[in-house]
Ligand binder design. Structure first.
Ligand code: ADP
Ligand code: MG
Length: 381
């Protein structure tokens, strides 16, 4: 269905997924006066605490989907929902982003083809769907990373390979599922751009975030990115072009690599939703990425994306909890004059599990990054 008039409060909005992204979406939507229905099979879903209604059922549950279909508009907080469920919801209500866009983001093979179709660079890659696809020609993509086409996140589903025999072994280790072999690029830094798009004439980008990963998981996002203004503008133009090519409606995150001495921008992957590297927007931008998602799914123009202060977002993983489950040392963080703590209300802390984040604001990005590192270091007792 298409939006003819904007959806206004107290309309009911639905979201597929009730993790931390769903939780922050719910907080934004509730604050803006909407009612929120969350579908998530986990009885302890972080979003449930704030939602008006929690449909605790599988993402493909017919009865639950029928209830979501009653909402004025529906969105998603993660890409591994059934694109078909989204397409069938779209017969009854407004769904943004579309199931088609989500299907593309779910599959690295489709995703890379679309990135190239938009005229943008990706790392050199080869699609490997069966063992016979591996040949001498694959040498051109070594050393590389063999990534499963679907269901990868936080570095999962990836094996680094240097030789053809390692490649064959890695493909077997992935149990023969469709993969993409991507050549290792000379990464100088990683950035992401979040685009907020209503239609062809109306889209805006947040300033790029500079992302630092530790063990394949985002650790810090530094904004503004410490890159030349012209490169940042180029990144925003690329993200916008990709969103236009997809005719995307909503918040789209585009991860990019800055490659080589000549700082070439290469698109890595997209996420059809608000993104971890956009959490700083809650405290440091005129409009945050979750408010944007609410606005766009309701057919409203995106809000101003301007950055109000240099900042750094730091993820808080379960690793900083004690072995016995004891709380981290929150005091320095809570007492700091320019830090904002966000906890997701997850009951059990596991290694690598995203439990919360904090954002520091400062006169310049280096200072914010320094504070974030210092405060993070003090979390572990
Ligand atoms: P995920 O879905 O797990 O986020 P990514 O494709 O973004 O998977 O890869 C995770 C990280 O691995 C990237 O953020 C980057 O640091 C590194 N990486 C991925 N692909 C390449 C590549 N072709 N060359 C160099 N580093 C890479
Ligand atoms: Mg990634």
């Amino acid at each position: 269905m298409h939006i003819s008039t904007p959806i206004l409060p107290p309309a009911r909005l639905g979201i597929l997924g009730g993790g931390q992204l769903g939780r922050m979406f719910t907080v934004a939507a509730k604050t803006m006066g909407y009612q929120v229905v969350v579908l998530d099979p986990d009885p302890l879903a972080p979003a449930a605490e704030f939602a008006d209604e929690h449909l605790c059922a599988a993402f493909t549950d017919e009865a639950a989907l029928a209830q979501l279909a009653q909402c004025a508009a529906v969105t998603t907080e993660f890409e591994n929902v059934s694109a078909d469920a989204m397409r069938s919801l779209a017969q009854h209500t407004i769904v943004s982003p579309s199931g088609d866009c989500v299907a593309i983001a779910q599959n690295r093979i489709l995703e890379k083809a679309w990135i190239r179709k938009a005229g943008l660079e990706t790392a050199p890659y080869q699609v490997i769907e069966q063992e016979s696809d591996i040949s001498d020609a694959s040498e051109a993509f070594l050393p590389g990373i063999l990534k499963t086409a679907t269901l990868g996140y936080d570095g999962k589903g990836q094996i680094r390979v240097k030789t053809l025999s390692e490649l064959v072994a890695a493909f077997k280790q992935h149990q023969g599922v469709a993969c993409v072999l991507e050549k290792m690029v000379d990464l100088r830094s990683e950035i992401s751009v979040i685009v907020c798009r209503l239609n062809n004439d109306t889209s805006m980008c947040f300033d790029p975030a500079e992302n630092e990963h530790i063990d394949g998981i985002l650790a810090y996002s530094i904004v503004p990115a410490r890159l030349p203004e012209s490169l940042q503008q180029q990144a925003k133009d690329m993200a916008k072009r990709l969103a236009d090519e997809l005719n995307y409606v909503g918040v789209l995150a585009v991860e990019m690599f800055v490659v080589g001495d000549d700082a070439q921008l290469v698109v890595n992957e997209i996420a059809p939703r608000p993104h971890n590297s956009g959490h700083h927007t809650i405290n440091a931008c005129v409009t945050d990425q979750f408010q944007q998602q609410v606005r766009l799914m309701c057919g409203l123009n995106p809000g101003d994306t301007s950055l109000l202060s240099p900042c750094t977002m730091a993820n808080i993983l379960g690793d900083v909890w004690g072995e016995d489950g004891s709380e981290p040392n929150w005091l320095p963080l809570q007492q700091h004059a320019a830090s904002h703590l966000h906890l997701y209300g997850k009951k059990s802390a596991r290694k690598g599990r995203k439990m919360g984040h904090f954002t520091t604001l400062a006169q310049d990005a280096n200072q914010a990054y320094q504070w974030a590192q210092d405060l993070h270091a003090q979390l572990k007792k």
